[in-house]
Design a protein around this ligand. Structure first.
Ligand SMILES: Cc1cc2nc3c(=O)[nH]c(=O)nc-3n(C[C@H](O)[C@H](O)[C@H](O)COP(=O)(O)O)c2cc1C
Length: 222
């Protein structure tokens, strides 16, 4: 199975979220190729639609995204490993998402619910998994925008979970709370490898705070 990890953290290898992603891969018993969106030379989408109208399936820009696009469509599973920024994706990671526009064509259709979609321009789409690290101790009133974006972008192919209190991964002396959480993530990786999905119970367990929210908030005071 070819797995591509898109590391959306501007902190690169120092990403809090990567702790969860590495544990998940460990649970899956899988290797992956990692893309660092901060160093990958991904320019913003120009909005010219030439990938639809002039060079179908191909962006006119020549930068790091040429290689990443090929790797993306060649993957069986793409794991987006990213922090939550301003209730959405960090800009470097969002640039990569926008540059996936050549996956689709200009022509549109409506599904059974009357919602509009573009036709696909490629025959194969990888499975999608989002692992998102959040600084707040709760998902409610925090992650809904990104959850919606991934469901809409990747439809039934998107599994996801949000790690609240993710900064704990990067702090010394927090192993007593992070280690049991990372054990849960490894178990989730095993489940995903076996079933290709994450159950609602698994996602609910992964989205619980590692540390009592009140104490976590107090710890953030300077
Ligand atoms: C610009 C910026 C915006 C952020 N916005 C949110 C937010 O909307 N909700 C949240 O829970 N955390 C937010 N955070 C906190 C990060 O998600 C958190 O620090 C996370 O652990 C960083 O993960 P990383 O080390 O993998 O990059 C924000 C952090 C930054 C720097």
């Amino acid at each position: 199975m070819k797995i591509l990890v898109i590391n959306g953290s501007p902190k690169g290898k120092r990403s809090d979220t990567l702790h969860a992603t590495t544990a998940f891969l460990d649970g899956m018993g899988a290797q992956a190729e990692f893309i660092d969106t901060m160093t990958a030379d991904i320019h913003p989408c120009l909005g010219c639609f030439r990938c639809w109208n002039e060079t179908p399936g191909r962006c006119v820009q020549h930068d790091g995204m040429e290689e990443i696009f090929k790797k993306y469509i060649d993957s069986d599973l793409v794991i987006w490993s990213t922090p939550l920024y301003c209730y959405g994706l960090p800009s470097n990671c969002k640039a990569l998402m926008d540059r996936l526009l050549p996956l689709n064509r200009a022509s549109m259709y409506t599904d059974a619910d009357g919602h509009t979609h573009h036709h696909a321009a490629v025959g194969h789409f990888p499975e999608t998994l989002l692992i998102c690290g959040c600084g707040f101790p709760e998902t409610e009133n925090n992650i809904e925008g990104l959850r919606f974006q991934f469901s809409r972008m990747f439809g039934g192919r998107a599994a996801m979970f949000f790690c609240v209190e993710a900064p704990l991964f990067g702090l010394p002396g927090t192993e007593a709370v992070t280690a049991p959480y990372l054990d849960l993530v490894r178990a989730a990786g095993r489940e995903y490898a076996a079933t290709g999905a994450l159950s609602a119970d698994t996602v609910a367990a992964l989205e619980k705070p590692m540390y009592p929210p009140e104490l976590y908030r107090q710890g953030s005071k300077k």
